[in-house]
Design a protein around this ligand. Structure first.
Ligand code: ADP
Ligand code: MG
Length: 478
């Protein structure tokens, strides 16, 4: 067997020698060792990954011709790459490289010489594949339910959502490159990032899309340094068409990872590949980042996600319930939406705990149950009082509709309710006067300031009015 391999390889070498410079022959072919020949597959051992890539890039045609000549049209070549001998796992790994056998051209997934399963969950197959000649299969790591369909649109996310959609329609071709999505936790960055990936994949099935968390990226990089195969790591990332990196703030202070990411970024960007990044802060506020990397984050578009308004919160809850095939009353949905206003994750958490409680105790989902659960829930997460909520309490107190407060009307009692809402918003939220004005009938900051003064005056001079204010205040804090 072995002899056979040696014989065949020697014949191949003769042909190679006749076709290339002697120096190239000495450099690239002399070090190769024939290992075995099995059913028309000749396995040769090459000294390194780099060596293999060089052969692939420069001599693949010659090798194909040679192998066809010696082994016939079904002849194939396989490489066995020797790992650095200082490296424990010294098993050479093989890559099947198609030669003249056209049918074999779809590259099989190949095991990488690095332990890149680190940072990936067990169920997710290793997404690293050696850049081959033709098709490559990469596990995108996209979560199907994080689709655009399931991402409710609202004022809070309109810009980021539509930019994301545009990117997915034309990856790498819009000026949103990179697209950086930033927000506080639980407001939908990860969801939106996946949605862009999924939509791109649907539009362009041939494009390689990859979602990775920054933590994964860092673990893989550190491993590649340890195993002395950073080149493989970089190559892998450089062949991605749409690269989504979640939570880039975790790169902070990681100089080496930033450095390698910088090079990957440049390569992808120069080749019109799309980058999508998410972060918990806008680029200007990211600390511990190399300036040259930061400046690139600012090249494209930075779009933020804001906490959803009441209407959007209701729509999110309704969508969740619809997807799960659960029906609960409008009243309960609204109650939850009013009271949980910090972020979407908590909103969903509240809904889930109410559903769980009801099914555990076989109780109907009533407003009372919702109240009980929300009380617990909200206490444990220190609820923030929102402008929406304040309006609701004020309007309930005076038995008027919220629409009235937000209308243009100058009816005395409505003006007063509006002023009260502004006053309490100033007292209980961190919102600016301008924001409060915007949410209370689209007024400017001066109007809000005036409202606060008016209410303060009335509290001091009008006893009955003071009682109103104290009662409403209690309800708001309840
Ligand atoms: P982040 O990455 O910003 O911390 P996530 O993307 O993990 O937030 O979102 C938290 C949860 O809220 C997820 O379950 C996500 O599906 C949901 N979510 C966030 N925004 C929306 C939205 N606009 N529509 C529907 N679900 C949303
Ligand atoms: Mg996230």
């Amino acid at each position: 067997m072995k002899n056979n391999a040696v014989e065949v390889w020697e014949k191949c070498l003769k042909i190679v020698k006749d076709n290339i410079h002697f120096q190239s022959y000495k450099t690239w072919f002399a070090p190769i060792k024939p290992l075995k020949l099995e059913e028309n597959v000749l396995t040769i051992q090459v000294p390194s990954q780099f060596f293999y890539e060089w052969l692939e890039e420069h001599y693949i045609d010659l090798l194909k011709k040679t192998i066809t000549k010696e082994l016939g049209p079904d002849g194939r070549l396989e490489y066995s790459i020797i790992m650095d001998s200082s490296f424990n796992n010294a098993n050479p790994f093989s890559i099947k490289v198609p030669t003249s056998n056209i049918k074999a051209i779809n590259n099989p997934p190949v095991q990488m010489p690095i332990d890149i399963n680190r940072g990936f969950s067990k169920e997710i197959p290793n997404p690293f594949i050696i850049p081959g000649l033709k098709k490559i299969k990469v596990n995108s790591q996209l979560v199907e339910t994080y689709s655009f369909d399931n991402f409710i649109e609202g004022d809070c996310n309109r810009l980021a959502r539509s930019a994301g959609f545009a990117v997915a329609e034309n990856p790498g071709k819009t000026s949103f490159n990179p697209l950086l999505i930033y927000s506080d936790v639980g407001l939908g960055k990860t969801h939106l990032a996946h949605a862009i990936g999924i939509h791109t994949k649907n539009n362009y099935p041939e494009k390689i899309v990859l979602y990775v968390s920054t933590e994964q990226f860092i673990v893989q990089f550190v491993d590649s340094v340890r195993n002395n195969n950073q080149n493989d790591f970089v190559h892998f990332y450089q062949m991605i068409d749409v690269l989504i990196i979640d939570d880039v703030q975790f790169l902070s202070g990681k100089e080496k990872t930033q450095d390698v990411f910088f090079h990957i970024f440049n390569h992808l960007h120069q080749n019109s590949k799309q980058l999508i990044l998410t972060s918990d802060k806008p680029p200007v506020k990211l600390k511990g980042m190399e300036p040259r990397l930061l400046s690139r984050f600012k090249w494209g578009l930075a779009a933020d996600l804001q906490p959803p308004d009441l209407e959007t919160r209701i729509a999110i809850l309704q969508k969740r319930l619809y997807n799960d095939g659960i029906i609960i009353s409008e009243e309960v949905i609204e109650y939850i939406a009013y009271n949980v206003n910090t972020n979407v994750r908590e909103l969903e958490g509240a809904l889930i705990s109410i559903l769980a409680q009801s099914s555990l105790n076989k109780k109907a989902i009533t407003i009372d149950l919702a109240k009980k659960m929300i009380d617990k829930f909200v206490k444990s997460t220190s609820r923030e009082i929102s402008i929406d909520y304040i309006q609701k309490v004020v309007c309930d107190y005076f038995s008027m509709s919220i629409d009235a407060i937000n209308s243009k009307t100058r009816k005395r009692e409505i003006v007063q309710a509006r002023q009260l809402a502004m006053y309490f918003a100033k007292k209980h939220t961190k919102s600016s006067l301008a924001t409060i004005g915007l949410h209370c009938g689209n007024k400017d900051h001066a109007t809000v300031l005036h409202a606060c003064r008016t209410i303060n005056n009335l509290v001091e001079t009008d006893k009955q009015f003071r009682i109103y204010v104290e009662e409403i205040d209690k309800k708001i804090k309840m």
